[in-house]
Design a protein around this ligand. Structure first.
Ligand code: ZN
Length: 237
């Protein structure tokens, strides 16, 4: 583990695998780390409840890492649901749209989240925004692209007269590499914490526990998590 920089970071922590991995990575790299979750009426609202379990697990099982863990924030962003229907916020089937994007795409979501995170970071004196967006095996969401993040960083810093950095540690990693990151940081205990206390399934299904965690096993998020875990475990053995 590299020694912590004297930086204060805010991790956008949804309760999913990617943001949880970003959080444990940030705890190894920054002096002080706060977390931020958003309640936007997501169908997989179970994400919000597993956040507390994951944070609790970190504190009890990885006390040295958790020493740098600061305040947890949750902001309500109900307005997203009232802007229109998506498979992420409404009970409709997941499918492709005419523009080539899946209807799980919530237009403006990440742009809004990062803008709110920047405003909170400004108030809290935090210099780094950490987000788990990824261009490698994503669903084609344009607001997860590296170019989008770089442009947004410029816009936020101009608008806030600040020097915030948007840090995207997973941008060029696939899901197998994300599992490996957790293993490198905390070994089998950390892998098990991620499997048990993070949630990725779009449908919010926690009725079935698989070797890669909970989920329906069928939706695009479960498919990615499952296949990444399989490749990670195969490479490990
Ligand atoms: Zn699923």
């Amino acid at each position: 583990m590299t020694s912590p920089q004297p930086k204060r970071a805010l991790v956008l922590f949804s309760g999913g695998q990617d943001s949880a991995t970003c959080l444990i990575d940030a705890l190894g790299r920054h002096a002080h780390v706060e977390t931020l979750g958003f309640d936007y009426g997501q169908r997989h609202a179970v994400e919000l409840s597993v956040r507390h379990d994951f944070l609790g697990g970190l504190r009890s099982q990885f006390p040295e890492l958790a020493l740098r863990l600061g305040q947890d924030h949750v902001l309500s962003v109900d307005v997203l649901k009232s802007l229109g229907t998506s498979a992420m916020t409404h009970d409709v089937a997941i499918q492709m749209q005419a523009n080539g994007l899946p209807n799980t795409f919530v237009p403006g979501r990440n742009l809004l989240f990062l803008t709110l995170a920047a405003a909170l970071a400004y108030r809290r004196g935090l210099q780094v925004l950490v987000t788990g967006v990824c261009e490698t095996d994503y669903s084609g969401y344009p607001d997860c692209r590296d170019d989008t993040m770089k442009a947004l960083q410029v816009a936020l810093n101009l608008g806030l007269e600040s020097r915030l950095v948007i840090d995207t540690p997973l941008m060029w990693k696939d899901k197998a590499a994300t599992w490996d990151m957790a293993a490198q940081i905390g070994g089998e205990a950390m892998l098990e914490l991620v499997r048990e206390h993070t949630h990725s399934c779009y449908l919010g299904d926690r009725s079935q526990r698989h070797d890669w965690g909970y989920g329906c096993g069928q939706c695009p998020a479960c498919e990615l998590r499952k296949s990444g875990h399989e490749r990670f475990m195969a490479a490990r053995n």
